[in-house]
Design a protein around this ligand. Structure first.
Ligand code: COA
Length: 164
């Protein structure tokens, strides 16, 4: 299995993978919109024998007021239903953290089950966001950069159409 950047020719296969992972079109529509809005920072696929088994997307996060931090939001993370629980999600998470460090992203945020994401170093965040209060987590790649942050995290506008 290889982890590589998603290319334009992968898009339709990736959208149908996301739809089957979540069982509806909300998240695949979200990714379509993030791409067309040019809000995607990182987009990776896990592939084996020319079949895409998993996908992870990181999109732009802004803070209000802006503190000059470079932040990304991980969403969604998707693995084909019959390939789940075989480590693909973990490999995508590790690859995205590595790619984020390379891009000098200061911090990553996500919404998800803390029992899954704490294994990658994510902790429950105290920072306000305009999307959801539950299961909001952070990972500082630039140590200490979020300690005194009083700003509100603003997800890309595509998230507003997803609802809560
Ligand atoms: C969540 C998801 C991405 C994990 O990917 P994966 O490749 O199955 O995960 P891994 O193989 O790396 O890790 C598996 C372990 O993670 C844990 N895990 C998986 N999904 C979890 C969840 N939603 N909550 C808590 N723990 C979870 C389990 O302990 C599992 O161990 P098991 O083998 O005993 O079942 C995948 O299951 C998926 O696509 N789910 C549907 C879409 C989704 O909910 N995405 C996440 C929200 S953005």
């Amino acid at each position: 299995m290889v982890i590589r950047q998603t290319t334009e020719s992968d898009f339709e296969e990736v959208f149908s993978l996301i739809q089957s992972a979540f069982g509806n079109k909300k998240e695949s529509d979200l990714v379509r919109r993030l791409i067309s809005d040019n809000d995607v920072l990182i987009n990776l696929v896990a592939e084996s024998s020319s079949v895409i088994l998993g996908n992870i997307v990181v999109s732009t996060i802004n803070m209000e007021p802006d503190l000059g931090l470079f932040c990304g939001g991980i969403a969604p993370l998707s693995v084909l239903p019959d390939q789940q629980s075989s480590g693909i999600g973990s490999k995508l998470m590790k690859a995205v953290i590595k790619a984020s460090k390379k891009m000098e992203i200061d911090a990553l945020f996500l919404l998800g089950d803390p029992d899954y994401y704490n294994r990658f170093g994510f902790t429950v965040s105290k920072i306000k966001n305009d999307y959801s209060v539950e299961h909001f987590q952070e990972l500082e790649l630039n140590k200490g950069c979020l300690v005194k942050v009083k700003s509100t995290v603003k997800y890309a506008s595509a998230f507003l159409s997803l609802g809560t």
